[in-house]
Design a protein around this ligand. Structure first.
Ligand SMILES: O=C(O)CCC(=O)C(=O)O
Ligand SMILES: [Fe+2]
Length: 276
């Protein structure tokens, strides 16, 4: 298991103690972003579409619901024809998002059964705008962050296993190999940030482009020094789809940038083609 380091100390917004910032890496957490009544309505709406079955309390697959523009697997862009209307419980809080200059138009609502998680990954750079949001509800969970390193870059260039657990993961993120959970001297420090229920996480800059994020699958978490049983958790991942000339990325983290990886692969193919 990766050795956990202490999370860097946040700056508390002088105008609102519920806003925590890690400006150096573009990370922000807003506690109590939604009310308990909004949270209850979201949980009800989720299970109106996907009723909880007995097995859904066991640590197995996440359940995902997608809203907004669908991802087109042929163009790797936003589908102009496939769209699932975004429910009111989402549109109603969009005016409260901290970045109003561009708003998300793709929403993935997920239910994590108790004990389940999501492997370390970097959400695709080229197809989604910089601001990446995650709204947590139902229960708190620690999210792990780690600055990507040479190992991650290498793993992202390995051929992908075809057995993806769901389509979302294969297209919206470059999942790292499971190996990245194993001890590795080369790895940069991993630290955890507790995402309380009803909080909004915003990743921009290095935390968006250069860090991997993950939720370890665990039965229990240590929260403020006490061991607590992991509960079912919900989240809404919100992204804005890049279109036309916005597609691409020139971030400072080429090792884990899908745009750079694609360029390298295209370059590699050209070389092979030109060899007689
Ligand atoms: O559940 C979360 O908070 C994060 C999910 C995530 O990282 C993703 O969908 O890419
Ligand atoms: Fe993600």
């Amino acid at each position: 298991m990766a050795v956990l380091h202490e999370a860097p100390a946040p700056t508390i917004d002088p105008s609102n103690p519920n806003i925590l910032r890690w400006d150096g890496i573009g990370l922000m957490l807003i506690r109590d972003f939604i009310t308990a009544a909004e949270e209850a309505a979201m949980i009800e709406a989720f299970h109106a579409r996907d009723p909880l079955k007995e097995g859904d309390m066991k640590p197995k697959k996440r359940i995902s619901q997608h809203f907004g523009h669908h991802f087109d697997y042929t163009t790797f862009g936003a589908s102009e024809t496939h769209f699932t209307p975004v429910p009111l419980y989402i549109t109603s809080f969009l005016p409260r998002l901290p970045i109003q200059s561009y708003l998300p138009d793709q929403f993935t609502v997920q239910y994590y059964p108790p004990g389940s998680g999501i492997p370390p990954h970097v959400d695709t750079h080229s197809m989604f705008g910089e601001a990446l949001y995650s709204l947590s509800f139902g229960s708190a969970v620690p999210m792990q962050f780690r600055m990507s390193g040479p190992n991650d870059a290498r793993k992202m260039r390995l051929p992908k296993r075809s057995a993806q657990t769901d389509n979302t993961e294969s297209t919206t993120s470059l999942a790292l190999s499971e190996q990245s959970h194993k001890p590795d001297e080369e790895q940069t420090p991993t630290w955890e940030l507790l995402l309380p229920a009803r909080s909004l996480l915003l990743m921009t800059g290095p935390s968006r482009y250069g860090y991997t994020h993950a939720i370890r699958p665990r039965k229990t978490d240590v929260i403020n020094g006490s061991t607590v049983q992991r509960q079912g958790r919900y989240s809404i991942t919100m992204r804005s789809i890049r279109r036309g000339i916005e597609i691409g990325c020139d971030c400072a983290f080429p090792g884990v940038c899908d745009a750079r990886i694609r360029e390298e692969m295209a370059g590699g193919r050209d070389e092979v083609v030109s060899v007689p």
